[in-house]
Design a protein around this ligand. Sequence first.
Ligand SMILES: [Ca+2]
Length: 186
Amino acid sequence: MYRLLENKSLITLVVLCFFLGSSPVLAFSEFQTYIEQKSKKQLNCAYCHSHVNGPNGNEAGQLGLLSEEQKQLTAYNQFLQGNKELVNSPILNEFGNYLVKKLDYDTIVKAQDDPNKIVEGLKDSDLDRDGINDSEEVLDGTLPNDPLDGNPFKLLLNNIKKNCVGICFQAIAILLLIISLLKLRN
Ligand SMILES: [Ca+2]
C-alpha cells in the first residue's frame, strides 16, 4: 500500500478511492452514493471493509497496524503483482474480498463511472445464501454477507419457499385435527 501511496498515478487513486472508502478525499463515493440513493439508507465502511471506519487508521483491520507481509495482501498490491488466485485482503471484510474476486479490478474501476456495473455483476451470486441475491442486497442496502440481514418481506418469502413442504404438512395436520374435533363434537 505504501507503494500505492508513493505512486500517485490516476489509476492508483481510482482504485484506492474504492478500497479506502472511509476517507472523505479518497472514498469511492460513487458506489457508496449509488447504494445510499437506491436503498435510502446510510452506509458505513464496514459494508466492504474490515473496520467500521475504513482502512485508514491504526486499529485492527486498518493499514497502520498491518505488517509488511499483510500490506502485500491488500487488494491493490495483489493486483499489481498479478495474483491470479487472490487471497483475502486484511483491510476488506468477507463481502469486500468476495467483490474483488468476483468482479475483478477492471470492472470495479470502471464502475466508478457506472456503479450499476457492480450490481449487474452480482445478479448471479448470493454470498450468504439467504435467498436474496447480492445484487438485490446492494440495492436494498442490506449486508450480502449476513443471512439475517435482508429485506424482511423477501426473507419471509424465501423462508416460506425453503420450508414449503414442512409448512404444507403442518397445515394438513392442523386441518385434520380441526376436522377430527368437529366430528367428535357432533
Ligand atoms: Ca444474500
